[in-house]
Design a binder for this molecule. Sequence first.
Ligand SMILES: [Zn+2]
Length: 448
Amino acid sequence: MPANILNLPSYAVTALQENDHDYHVDAEVRQAVTHCVHCKAGNPQGFGRREQMVKDLPMHGKRVGIYVNTRRYRCRECTKTFYEPLPDTDEKRAMTTRLVAWMGKQAVRRTFASIAEEVGCTEFTVRAVFSDYVNELERTIRFETPKWMGIDEIHLIKPRGVITNIQNNTVVELLHNRNKETVIKYLAGLQGKESIQYVAMDMWQPYKDAIELMLPKAKIIIDKFHVVKMANEAMERVRKSYRESLTPKQRRGLMHDRFVMLKREHDLNDEEALKLSGWLRNYPELGMAYRLKEDFFKIYDAKTKEEALRRFAAWEIAVMPDVRDAFQDLIRAWRNWQPYILAYFDHPVTNAYTESLNNLIRVMNRLGRGYSFEALRAKILFSEGAFKKQTIRPKFERRREPMATRNFEMAYMCLERAMPHQPSEPAREINFGADISTLTRLIEAGEI
Ligand SMILES: [Zn+2]
C-alpha cells in the first residue's frame, strides 16, 4: 500500500496514479461506520460500495482528485440505506474542507480563473466558495464604528463609496456605488451609529442627504483637500485655454508649465521660481490664475472660520472677469457648501489622513482588472495582516471591600490562603478596520 501522501489520517490510500497534470488517489475511509445514521442502531449491514471523487489541495503543482471507495450500508433495524459520511470533506461540495478553506483565502489575493485552473474546477465554483468565505468573515469580523467617519470616492471599475475611520486611518467599508440609498442602507445596519460625531466628505449631495437623514446629530465637514482641488482645476482651465491661443514657439517657452504652476509658491525651487515669474510677466492671464489659486489655498491658513470667511470674500472680489468663468465652479461650490466648508476650521481633517487615503485611492486603480467588486472589496477589507487592532483591558476597579473594615481573622485567613482570584470582565479586542498605509504598501508590493 502506498504511503499516505495525502496527509489525511482519516483516509487510507490504496493506490496512486499520476500524469503530467494530475494525481489520482484511491482511498478508503479508515474508520468503518458502527451505527445507522438514521436511527443510531448498531451494526449496520454492508450494502455495496460506490466511488466518490473528492477534490483536494493541489500538490507538487498538480491537481489532486481523491477517489473514495465509499461504503454503503443498510440498517438492520429501520432498513434504510445510507453511505458512510466522508470525514474532512465539505458538506456542500465534493472537496476536502482544507481545499475549501485554502480557496477562500486565495480568492482574496488572486483571480478566480487562476485558482480554478490550479485546482481543476470551474470559476463558478471558486466564486461560490469565495462568497461563502466572505460571508463567514462578515459574520465573525466586526469593525469598530468610527466616531469620526470619512466618506470618499474611490474608483474600482467605476466610482464607489469608501467609508473610513479618520482618527485611526483605516477603511471600514466599501459601498457598491455613491447613491443616497446605498449610504442609507449601510448606515441603517451600522451598530453604534449614534456614536458618530463627525462625517468628513467630498461635496456630493447624495452623501449629505443620507447623513442628514440617518445621522442627524453628526456634524458634516468638507475636507480642505476637495475644495482646494477645485482651485487647481480652475487654474488648469485658464492655463489650457491660454496655451491654445499661443504660437508653437511660445508654447515651447512654457515647458513644464503645468507641473510648475500646480506647485505651491513656497515649494518652488529657484529655477522654477524664475521660470514662473517670467511666464507670469509675459502672460498676465496665467499670472492672474496662478495668483488666485495661491490666494485660495491661503484661505486655509486662517485660524478661525470667521477669518476664513473674510479671506474668501476678499478673494472673490479679486476674481477678475477675464478668468471668472474658469473659477465659477469653485465659487458656486463655496456658496452651496459654505457652512460645511467652514466646519473644517473647527474640526480640521489631518493632512496625514488625506494624503494616505489619496495614496490608497491612487494605487487601488491598479487592482481593478480581472476582479469583481465583491472580490476587490474583500481584498481591501479582509486581507490578512492589514487590520488595525487594539486590546482594551477593563477599567481598573478599586477592590470593593478595603482590608481595614474586615476583622483581623478574615485578613489573616486571606494572607494564609493567598488572595482568591476573582473573575473579571475579559479584555476586549477592538478591530478598527484595514489600516490605510498597510493596504497601500501591500498593494504596491503586489501582495494583494
Ligand atoms: Zn436505522
